[in-house]
Design a protein around this ligand. Structure first.
Ligand code: GLC
Length: 662
């Protein structure tokens, strides 16, 4: 059961699609200790758990930290990073027998002190006092998730090819460099479905342009790649370059489609293209206009996009720069002390994504003119919505790949997300594992991290281990920043080790896709914490480095360097499936603790007792998989397979479900 409690006059965010009447009774469970700012408190006992908060650092159980839901372009994903790119205000509170969910529907920042300051208190603070709060009661965590997901609408469903392995880099700056990537993958027989085009494919980073010197005719090139079973996926950034003669810039200015400053002039901020204007995605006309531009690329044969820098990220503005330069002038005479150096460092460091800038531009919405910061978390969401609404019109019965960096609940209906600029750190494998269930609770099913890590150089062992988690994430993309070493699988010795792991992904696609579709269509989770599946098992409840994938399998990836394996907890009897040199072997294991040896070129995952999963044969890409030739493995005798053409949208056709038997 879900109930809505209205505080003040909330901005209509379109996060919730169900029509839920306002409940006039008092907000249950929480005590309101202040009305401005709005402060809600909840007493906790030591065993109580708090789940959710989508894209955020630390554990699956969120206890012990102060989180802020504010879409942030912060590449330092450490234990103390309060906000990442997404703002996901949904939590599940488990207090012994009592369990409920809460969704705080507000477009500006909220702070969650989750038993950090006081070990027995959850304190939620919002300066914005206009908010809808939804309270969801249910008999289990899954039950609460399903009710919530029904209220916020069905999650985005990508085409099946988006479940293939994909390669990215900032940047493959010419068509030839893309050709070279494809040649090497195909030459090494490592399956590959797509190559991403980062900002250098554009003409001076101008959205919806193509550098024809580097890429020739993109339609021709997309066709050439498609013939080799490869899709090209270009990036689109939020900021529109200020340049006379550039049609997107000129149309935006002429029609008033950009966010405005205090004086009503288009707001200027520096991002990759240099000085830009930000499209006002909260203005439905501007949203429509920007969305229509995607057609320029779909007309060239492009079938997928990644939307970036849409928090929106700001490198600096004139205001900030002028202030910093004044200081330099001031300090150009007199002794240059360490204090002055530190002050300048902070001043220059603070130019990026400054709160002063986020407070100094405005949106023109059907609900009035709003300061950006009051609606901040809706920006990336509505950029992506503009793309999705256009793609829906371009071909209503075709699925496109679409994912975004910034997000807010509601955007999950339009696209997936990737988890942004992580590092080539071992701890970031574990961080990825832990963030996935929270994303699923909030509706974001299509997700994954930059495999191998975006920043810094990735070693061979790190890439292998990361791939052994990556083969289970719906979005499976290897991506790296400019200046880092080449990170494609064939850049390392013994490419067959990479081939075997990626081939296993392709063998698993019928299962992974089927579980994804079932989760999307029924509001279920694809990544499940052990705590949700085995709530009465104390060890399982506290095991956060293993996950269930769908209903049949459990994964326990290795995330430490030089490990020969790891301890795995089996909450029930399971069959360990080991992939070694491309061959599968099986071992039935009893519930309990085990040390499982897993060399870096092997994969071990577990099939639950009495369950079976389908495997197909691997192929060079998803289009050439034979999904009818399936083998069932595990101790069960049958599996309920969801299968369709993977591209059209006839999701609920009963013939998509079939039971396959041994
Ligand atoms: C941002 C993105 C990253 C991309 C880079 C250049 O940092 O998060 O994925 O490669 O911009 O476009």
């Amino acid at each position: 059961m879900i109930k809505k409690y209205v505080f003040g006059t909330p901005f209509v965010t379109d996060s919730v699609v169900a029509d839920i009447p306002a409940d006039k009774s008092a907000l249950p469970y929480f005590s309101i200790t202040s009305s401005s700012p709005l402060v809600l408190e909840l007493e906790l006992s030591e065993e109580d758990a708090i789940y959710g908060l989508g894209e955020s650092v630390r554990g699956i159980n969120k206890r012990g930290f102060i989180y802020k839901t504010y879409c942030s372009d912060d590449p330092n994903h450490t234990e103390t990073t309060a906000s990442l790119y997404g703002a996901h205000n949904f939590i599940i509170i488990e207090q012994g027998e009592r369990m409920f969910g809460a969704f705080f529907d507000v477009p500006s920042v909220i702070t969650y002190d989750v038993a950090s300051t006081y070990k027995d208190k959850l304190i939620i603070t919002s300066d914005n006092t206009d908010m809808n709060i939804f309270i969801i009661d249910g008999s289990s965590a899954y039950d609460i998730v399903r009710t919530f997901r029904k209220a916020i609408g069905t999650s985005y469903i990508p085409p099946m090819w988006a479940f293939g392995y994909t390669q990215s880099r900032w940047s493959y700056a010419t068509a030839d460099s893309v050709r070279n990537v494809v040649k090497n993958y195909r030459g090494n027989n490592i399956p590959l479905d797509a190559v991403y085009m980062d900002i250098d494919y554009m003409e001076r980073y101008k959205d919806f342009t193509v550098d024809s010197e580097a890429f020739g005719d993109l339609s021709e090139f997309a066709k050439e790649m498609k013939e080799q079973g490869i899709r090209l996926v270009p990036i689109i950034d939020a900021g529109v370059k200020i340049e006379e003669g550039y049609n997107v810039y000129e149309e935006g200015v002429k029609n008033g489609y950009f966010c405005t400053d205090e004086e009503g002039k288009p707001f200027e901020a520096c991002v990759w293209p240099g000085m830009t204007h930000f499209p006002d995605f909260l203005n439905p006309e501007a949203r429509l206009w920007f969305g229509e531009k995607y057609k320029i690329l779909t007309d060239m044969g492009i079938e997928g996009f990644w939307n970036d820098m849409n928090e929106p990220a700001i490198f600096h503005t004139r205001r900030g720069m002028d202030k910093a330069q004044e200081k330099i002038k001031e300090y150009s005479t007199g002794e240059f002390t360490i204090d002055r150096l530190n002050e300048l460092k902070d001043l220059f460091g603070g130019l990026q994504n400054s709160q002063e800038d986020y407070n100094s531009f405005y949106h023109n919405t059907p609900q009035g003119r709003f300061r950006h910061n009051d609606l901040h978390n809706l920006y990336g969401y509505n950029m992506t919505r503009s793309a999705a609404e256009e793609l829906e019109k371009t071909d209503p019965n075709k699925r496109y790949l679409l994912f975004s960096r910034a997000s807010c609940i509601g955007m999950h209906r339009y696209s997936g997300i990737w988890t942004g600029d992580n590092h080539a750190w071992w701890s970031h494998i574990l961080a990825e594992l832990k963030v996935m269930p929270g994303l699923n609770m909030c509706g974001f099913l299509y997700s994954g991290a930059d495999i191998g890590g975006f920043n810094f150089d990735c070693s061979r062992d790190l890439l292998l281990r990361w791939l052994s988690l990556g083969i289970f994430t719906p979005l499976m993309r290897n991506h790296a920043a400019c200046g880092t070493r080449n990170q494609e699988c064939y850049q390392y010795e013994n490419t067959e080790d990479f081939r075997h792991i990626i081939e296993l992904r392709y063998r698993l696609i019928p299962y992974l896709y089927s579980e994804y579709m079932k989760a999307a269509l029924s509001g279920d989770m694809y990544f499940k914490p052990l705590a949700f599946e085995y709530p009465d098992d104390k060890v399982a409840r506290h095991t956060e480095d293993q996950l269930l994938i769908g209903n049949e399998i459990m994964i326990a990836p290795v995330y430490t360097q030089n490990a020969i394996g790891r301890y795995v907890y089996l909450p029930e009897d399971m069959t360990a499936v080991r992939m070694s040199c491309g061959e599968l072997t099986f071992e039935d294991m009893k519930s309990g603790h085990h040390f499982v040896e897993i060399p870096e070129n092997e994969i071990v995952f577990f099939i639950r007792c009495g369950k079976a999963i389908p495997l197909c044969k691997s192929a060079q890409n998803t289009d050439s998989l034979n999904r009818d030739d399936l083998e069932l493995i595990g101790t069960g005798n049958e599996y309920e397979l969801y299968t369709d053409d993977g591209i059209s949208k006839d999701y609920n056709n009963p013939s998509n479900i079939r039971t396959i038997r041994k």
